[in-house]
Design a protein around this ligand. Structure first.
Ligand SMILES: Nc1ccn([C@@H]2O[C@H](COP(=O)(O)OP(=O)(O)OP(=O)(O)O)[C@@H](O)[C@H]2O)c(=O)n1
Ligand SMILES: O=C(CO)[C@H](O)[C@H](O)COP(=O)(O)O
Length: 456
């Protein structure tokens, strides 16, 4: 374990609290819902994004040099672990997966340089350079911008556009990055905005109301922002010590020091910044939610398993989970191993554990469990004479042993057993129980239930 043990895991900080969000209403000032979740895990994409044509170099600066005072935790929020992986790694991956982004500079406090380097290695980030930050956010960002244009680097390496994004906003998607990058290239500067939730008021020094702003005229400035390299470089060259010390807005520097009016683009609500402790719990909930949307059922091709998988597909569909049914993971189906999906081994035969073992070996080779715990569920259909494995009853210890070994490799193995029934109602009840248990196991990823053989 490379991370200091006092770094908190987020599970349990708060009760699961968010509801499925829906799209904004048509009035951009007053969205009726907070908005939609991203369509893929932060940092990873299940569905191939549309091919983007970006014919200029784009690099990214991720300021991650803060202390996260407002969370009240010892650990800076960017290093808090979400299912064993620090928040910063999710944000990095959201950029790394974008093919037209060339390089990413992560700016961290000097005392976290080694930790950040370990994170880059452990989670196999490939486009990242780590540089030391400054005492304020602007100073950190400026260090990142300077690192991108460092002397001695080939001119061709200097990016045309620099995207700046707080390390603690992990849910950013390619579509939106593309809009910001294109607008920045066109306009010199571009940034994400959101409607204000509260009215902004000015107070007197004695703590009385001075005046209030007309909310509909104002927007919250969010991240990402994009700049041509020259604009952001000049803005920081020209800005004052007071800007460096107290400023909170890069777009303002571009306007004041380069005369560049940023193009503003309304972004999705998931661009919100993790600021307070409750935001950490919300972020974990979103991460778990997005990892729980899809599963792949492997049937081995037997007619009974295919029938059960088909019924399961329908039942989990009603629970908003997508289930792909495939006979095995050979040939083109190997593609599923490269996705963030969960796996269900549907077995009706006596060699169910060897099928699971083979699946675990494939998953380990695909290295998906490096990034987050993978869920594998054995769904075992027992006919009247199928209660055994290799002639013996399937002992709970057998699956427990296999699960304990898999857990060391960050794979969470669970079992569900159901019995074949001629009674249609009984059979349907069993299938829908399997679907509910499956969905709960995948959603919760509970280490405590690993190795259990549950009855449906
Ligand atoms: N000297 C600093 C201060 C902040 N940041 C980064 O700027 C982003 C947004 O800042 P904020 O949310 O304010 O983070 P913190 O400063 O860490 O939080 P707090 O203000 O609660 O201490 C974060 O990714 C943070 O790590 C930075 O790179 N260097
Ligand atoms: O939204 C932003 C820029 O427009 C920044 O994320 C925000 O200003 C950072 O401020 P702080 O570090 O005080 O949270």
């Amino acid at each position: 374990m490379k991370f200091p043990t006092h770094f908190p895991h987020i599970s349990g900080l708060m009760e699961d609290h968010h509801k499925k969000m829906q799209s904004d209403s048509c009035d951009p000032d007053r969205p009726t819902h907070p908005g939609t979740f991203p369509t893929c895990e932060a940092g990873r994409s299940d569905h191939q994004p549309a091919e983007r044509s970006v014919d200029f170099p784009v690099s990214v600066v991720l300021p991650a040099g803060g202390t996260g005072e407002r969370t009240g935790l010892q650990t800076p929020k960017q290093f808090c672990l979400f299912m064993g992986r620090p928040l910063i790694s999710y944000t990095i991956q959201a950029f790394e997966r974008v093919s037209w982004i060339q390089s990413i500079v992560v700016v961290v406090a000097r005392e976290h340089m080694d930790l950040m380097t370990d994170i880059v290695q452990q989670f196999q980030h490939t486009k990242v350079r780590v540089v030391p930050g400054g005492s304020t956010r602007h100073r950190s960002i400026y260090n990142g911008v300077l690192a991108l244009g460092e002397e001695g680097r080939p001119v061709a390496d200097k990016p045309k556009v620099v995207l700046i994004h707080d390390a603690v906003r992990p849910f950013v998607e390619e579509d939106f990055l593309y809009k910001i990058a294109m607008a920045a290239k066109e306009q010199g500067a571009a940034g994400a905005i959101r409607p204000l939730v509260s009215t902004v008021i000015a107070t007197t020094s004695e703590g009385y109301l001075d005046h209030s702003l007309e909310r509909a005229k104002y927007r919250a400035s969010e991240m990402p922002q994009g700049f041509t390299y020259d604009v952001i470089y000049q803005a920081y060259q020209k800005c004052s010590e007071s800007d460096f010390e107290f400023g909170t807005e890069c777009l303002h520097l571009a306007l004041q020091y380069c005369g560049t009016n940023a193009k503003l683009i309304q972004g999705p609500p998931t661009l919100w910044k993790v600021t307070y402790k409750r935001d950490l719990a919300a972020a974990e909930s979103i991460i778990k939610d997005t990892l729980s949307r899809s599963a792949c059922a492997i049937t081995g091709g037997s007619a009974q398993a295919v029938t059960l998988a088909g019924a399961l597909q329908k039942a989990v569909g009603a629970l908003n989970m997508e289930l792909a049914v495939i006979p095995d993971l050979t040939g083109e189906n190997g593609w599923y191993l490269l996705k963030d999906w969960n796996f269900i081994q549907v077995s009706v035969n006596r060699s169910c554990l060897s099928e699971v073992e083979a699946l675990l070996t494939d998953l380990e080779a695909a290295k998906q469990a490096l990034l987050h715990p993978l869920v594998v569920i054995l769904v075992l259909l027992n006919g009247s004479d199928e209660l055994s494995v290799s002639g013996r009853a399937l002992e709970p210890e057998a699956i427990m042993d296999l699960a304990s070994a898999a857990k060391l490799r960050n794979i969470l193995l669970y079992g569900i057993q159901l019995h074949q029934s001629e009674d249609t109602q009984r059979w349907e009840r069993s299938v829908s129980r399997v679907a509910e248990i499956t969905s709960a196991l995948i959603r919760d990823r509970s280490p405590a239930l690993v190795g259990q053989l549950l009855q449906a």
